[in-house]
Design a protein around this ligand. Sequence first.
Ligand code: FES
Ligand SMILES: [Fe+2]
Length: 356
Amino acid sequence: MAATSDSRSIPWDWYSDPSVALLEQRAIFRRTWQYAAHAGDLTEPGSFVSTRAGDVPVVLVRGRDGTLRGFVNVCRHRGYVLCDGAGRRETLQCAYHAWTYDLDGSLRSAPRTDTEADFDRSGHGLIPVAVDTWGPFVFVNPDPAADPLADHLGELPQLVADGGVDVDGLVFHRRTEADYEANWKVCVENFLECYHCAVAHPSFAKALDVAPAAYLLAEHPTFSSQYGPPKNGGGGVYDAVGEVGRGQFHLLFPGTTVNVMPGRGNLSIGPVIPLGAERTHRFLDYFFLPETDEQWISEFFELDGQVGAEDRMLVERVQVGMRSGLVDDGYLLPESERLIAHFERLLVEALADDAA
Ligand code: FES
Ligand SMILES: [Fe+2]
């Protein structure tokens, strides 16, 4: 893989080439920590949540012993995806031929196998993945030998806390989900610059100061951060004055976004998940402090939904342009788009490590 200079982007054919998408799954998504669920869905013994890490289906299960475990959500018999949605179970039973797994992933029973020669139940347990938490946020890494989540998060929890958000005091409010006709990197890179905010997000730019002198950018080893103070108390868009003094928008490599708006205690978090080369799934879990008033939350979501709709149009239109095949790459502003350059460096390094 060729290295990128700071002002040239990575090649645009990396945004539609299925072989690059496969390489990214192997080199990045199958071996990094990604946000997967919120702990409120996994409090009781037997509670489970199906989720994914990149293209790997994952099921998270709270065991009878209280331990939170994660498994590849794939039946060891014929590969049927084992669990759907979320709920509570005594066992995990596959709906195809009824192989039944205990909450610790071991295979408990498999119809007719007792009369088949040489069947060893112990060799057919669910494949484990690494699971760890930051406050109410549950992360998954498909590599069971992964370094601890804390190493990947680095200073991020401290920065969020310093910004006025006590993650342990937050309450889950809702999840939003959407698919995009764009490569996952287009979605991430759109998130990583606010150069477009004044042009493409008029309401956001009224509520937050998006001028370069006020809107600050910072790179960290595994994540990057943007900080936006409120403008005129939120400019009439929403009330941006509260215990959270400024917005924080972090991208934890490869695709977990952490968003905090100025105002009342709030945070949203979720992964950017590639669905093949030109399609992306995202979900965001929104949290607020328990006593946050509904009117404030509703104005918050009005702005959030508007920005989301504007970003959808942007990324899907960029995807059409990048796939045209007649433009090799793009230009990254060395200052205003330096977080994109940082992301592309991490990406190129991860792909090169895989090739080494
Ligand atoms: S695929 Fe699950 S029991 Fe056959
Ligand atoms: Fe945007």
